[in-house]
Design a protein around this ligand. Structure first.
Ligand SMILES: [Zn+2]
Length: 321
């Protein structure tokens, strides 16, 4: 079982507030740090969350608006000063490479580790043995790429009774079957498929960036274990969401419902709202399993067959949610 933890590093839209920094979401999966967006101040949030600058890290940028990408400069400089040697992979829209190159030139900072910039496109942009990162374009005032982290299927549950039935003695041979290897018992081969149940789904995490809800995204986010969606505005400012190509909390809930996603987390709140309980309430009318994010909110996302997300450090009012 691999732990997947999410930390909201910044949950404000456009301008930071006293309690909310600019957009950034961290996923820690099996020790690897995956950061989605890096608004100004993200490196401070990384320090507060004690995420470290020297670990295996990838950064994904949804779009080239300052409140989503300017923080990259500070992160890269601090990583250099921290003596990072591991490569850093940064993914984003086409202008990202030029933005980093020109900034490094004007600010005269050197990068002491391999910095690899990848231009994203729709489809699979990164794949490991365990998971894939997929991209689909949203609808915003500049090209916005939404991301999905999708884990591959996991092996089925081991059935001890079946193993005994096939004459496999307990111990090492059981572990080998559980890890997907065939074993030999009295010159007969026993395959993992004979003793393991059906393959089980992994987790699917969707991150919208800034966008209107669209039919394409509804399909892209199909059955997310956790969907994190642009919720810049409340219902009464829906005209602004349309005009500025963002979403309301209620629209986020509609897409969570129609995509049959499980948990919805609202984020990227306009700084005009001093509290977001009303946005959360609007969304819950459509999709009850909804939480409004706050900075440093941390949660552990379980596999789809292992119950509901576990929120860490929730106290007071939040504990009653
Ligand atoms: Zn934007």
């Amino acid at each position: 079982m691999v732990e997947l933890k999410i930390i909201f590093l910044g949950t404000s839209a456009a301008t930071p507030t006293k309690s909310r920094g600019l957009s950034s979401i961290a996923i820690i999966r099996d020790g690897e740090l995956l950061i989605f967006d890096a608004g100004e101040g993200t490196q401070h949030a990384i320090a507060v969350a004690k995420l470290g600058l020297n670990r295996e890290t990838k950064i994904f940028i949804t779009h080239m608006h300052g409140d989503h990408c300017v923080g990259l400069l500070g992160i890269i400089q601090s990583m250099s000063m921290a003596g990072r040697v591991k490569p850093l992979d940064v993914y984003g829209p086409e202008p990202l490479g030029g933005f980093l190159r020109e900034s490094a030139k004007y600010l005269r900072f050197g990068v002491n580790f391999p910095l690899r910039v990848h231009q994203v496109h729709e489809g699979v942009i990164h794949e490991t043995r365990d998971y894939k990162i997929l991209v689909a374009q949203g609808e915003h005032s500049t090209p916005n790429f939404s991301y999905v982290l999708e884990e591959k299927k996991r092996r089925g549950v081991f059935n001890p009774a079946k193993a005994l039935k096939y004459g496999v003695p307990t111990g090492e041979l059981w572990s080998r079957l559980q890890s997907g290897e065939s074993v030999k018992v009295k010159n007969r081969s026993v395959k993992p498929s004979q003793v393991l149940g059906a393959e089980r789904s992994g987790r699917k995490i969707g991150i919208s960036g800034d966008t209107r809800p669209t039919p394409k995204l509804e399909k892209f986010f199909s059955k997310c274990t956790l969907l994190i969606f642009d919720s810049t505005y409340s219902e009464r400012h829906q005209y602004l969401a349309k005009e500025r190509l963002h979403s309301t909390a209620k629209e986020a809930a509609k897409i969570a419902k129609s995509s049959r996603s499980n948990l919805l987390i609202l984020t990227h709140f306009s700084s005009r709202y001093s509290e977001v309980n009303s946005l959360e309430a609007e969304a819950r009318q459509i999709h009850p399993n909804t939480i409004a994010a706050y900075d440093m909110m941390r949660l552990i996302v379980p596999y789809p067959d292992q119950g509901e997300a576990k929120f860490l450090d929730i106290s007071g009012e939040q504990a009653n949610r």
